[in-house]
Design a binder for this molecule. Sequence first.
Ligand code: FAD
Ligand code: NAD
Length: 439
Amino acid sequence: PHDQLPFDPKKRTIVILGSGWGAVSLLKKINTDDYNVVVVSPRNYFLFTPLLPSCTVGTIELRSIMEPIRFITRHKSRNVKFYESACTDVDPESKTVVISDVSDIKGSVQDTTIPYDYLVVAVGADNQTFGMAGVREYACFLKEIWDAQKIRTRLMDCVESAAFAHQAPEEVERLLRMVVVGGGPTGVEYAAELHDFLKDDLQLWYPELADKLKITLVEALPNVLPMFSSQLISYTERTFKQNNIEVLTKTMVKEVGDKAIKVQNADKEIVSIPYGLLVWATGNCPRPLAKKLMARLKETQTSPRGLLVDDYMRVAGAPDVYAIGDVTFSKYAPTAQVATQQGKYLADIFESLARIDEGKNVKISPFAYTHQGSLAYIGSDKAIADLPFLNGNVSVGGVATFVFWRSAYISNMFSFRNRFLVVGDWVKSKIFGRDVSRE
Ligand code: FAD
Ligand code: NAD
C-alpha cells in the first residue's frame, strides 16, 4: 500500500456506498489512476452471501466467506479511502453525503458530510417484514453474518433446552420445531442445510432428540422456488418430502408470537404452529436510505420498491448519482449475478467518462445483462441448476449438480484466501463433522 498514489485534488472523486456484490465488483475493476475513490459501508468486509446458509449450521465458518475491504483496495494504484459508517442522507443538490459511525465504539466525530463528483449507491436491500408485528423481535433473518451466527446459536440453544432434565414433552416438541417462512432460494437453502445437520450430526450427538426435530417450510404461493423451472420445483419438493421437510404451500403467515406463528392454510383456516426457531426469508424491501432518497426525488422516483435507474444505471432525477444491485427496482432479479455485472459495467462507464474528459470520442453503451443460470442447494448433497444452453435452457438436479454448484461458487469467490478457507471447511466438516458447541 505504501506505493499507492495519494489522493489527487485535481481528479474527480467517486463515492461508493456499500461493500457488497455491486460495490466490490466495481471497486475491483475501477481504474484509480483516473479517480479518487472513497468507500462508505457499515461493515468493513465483503460477504459471499451464496454460502451464508452453510454457516448457519457450521458446514462453513463465518470468517471463511468474509473478505476485508482493505484486502481488496490494497491492490489499487491509488489509495482508496474506506470509512466504516452508514450513509444516512444523500443531497444531490450540494453533491454531498452524510455518513455516520454506527458501530458500538465511536470517537468524538460521529457524523460528518463528504462531497462527491460521482456517487454510486450500492447499499443493497432490507428484509421484507410487511410491517408484521413480532417479526423483527422473534424471528431470525438470513442476510448478514450476524444473522447466521444468531441462527446457529439459537439452534443449539433449542436443542440443549430440549435435552434439559425432565423437559416437558410438548416443550421438547416445540423447541425442536424449526420453522422457515418463505420458499424462495434463501428459505429452501436454509432448510436444506438444517436437514443435513440433523442427519449428519444431531443424530450422532443427540440420538434421543434427532427423530423429534421437525423442519417446516411455509410458502404463500402454490409452490417453492418460483424462479426455477417446473421440473426443478417438483424435484425439490420430492427431495424435501424424502428428507422429511414439511412444505406448507398456499400458506400465509398472519401473526408472529414469541413461541408460535399463526398461518392461514390452503383451506383458509387459521392454524397455530409452535416453533423453537423461526427463520424469516420473505424477500427484500428498500432500506431507509433508499426511501429517503426516493422521497427527495419524488417527482421521478415513483416506485416504492426501489430506486428507478435508466439503462446506464443513472438514478432518475439525480445527476451524477448511479445505483446498482438490490437497491434498484428494475426488470432484473435482485441477485448477486446482476449486481456484479452492474458493478463491472459502471467501472467501464467511469473509464469512458475519464476518456471523454480528456477530449476523446467514446461511445457509451447501455447495460446488457447476461444470465449465467440459477443454482440452489437442496440438501443431501443435491443441487438444482437452470442453465442457459444454446437459445434455450437446461434444467439439471442431483449429486453431479451439487459438485458443479460447489465448483461454481468456489470459482466465483473474489480471493484465493476465501477459496482456501471454504474448501478447508468442507474437508473439516466431512472428516470431523460439524461443531455442535453453542457460541
Ligand atoms: P449487498 O451485497 O447486500 O451489499 C450492500 C452493502 O451496503 C453492504 O456492504 C451493506 O453493509 C452496505 N450498506 C447498507 N446500508 C448502508 C448505508 N446506509 N450506507 C452505506 N452502506 C450501506 N444471489 C445470487 O446471484 N446467487 C446466489 O447464490 C445468492 N445466494 C444468496 C444467499 C443468501 C442467504 C442471500 C441473503 C442472498 C443471496 N443472493 C444470491 C442475493 C445476493 O446476495 C444479492 O442480490 C446481492 O448481495 C446484492 O448485492 P448488492 O451489492 O446490491 O447488496
Ligand atoms: P424471494 O423474494 O426470492 O422469496 C421469498 C418467498 O417468500 C416468496 O416465494 C414469497 O411468496 C414468500 N412469502 C412472502 N410473504 C410470505 C408470507 N407472509 N408467508 C409465507 N410466504 C411468504 O426471497 P429470497 O429467497 O430471500 O431471495 C432474495 C433474492 O436473492 C432473490 O432474487 C433470489 O433469487 C436471490 N437468492 C438467490 C439464491 C440462489 O441463487 N441460490 C439464494 C438466495 C437468494
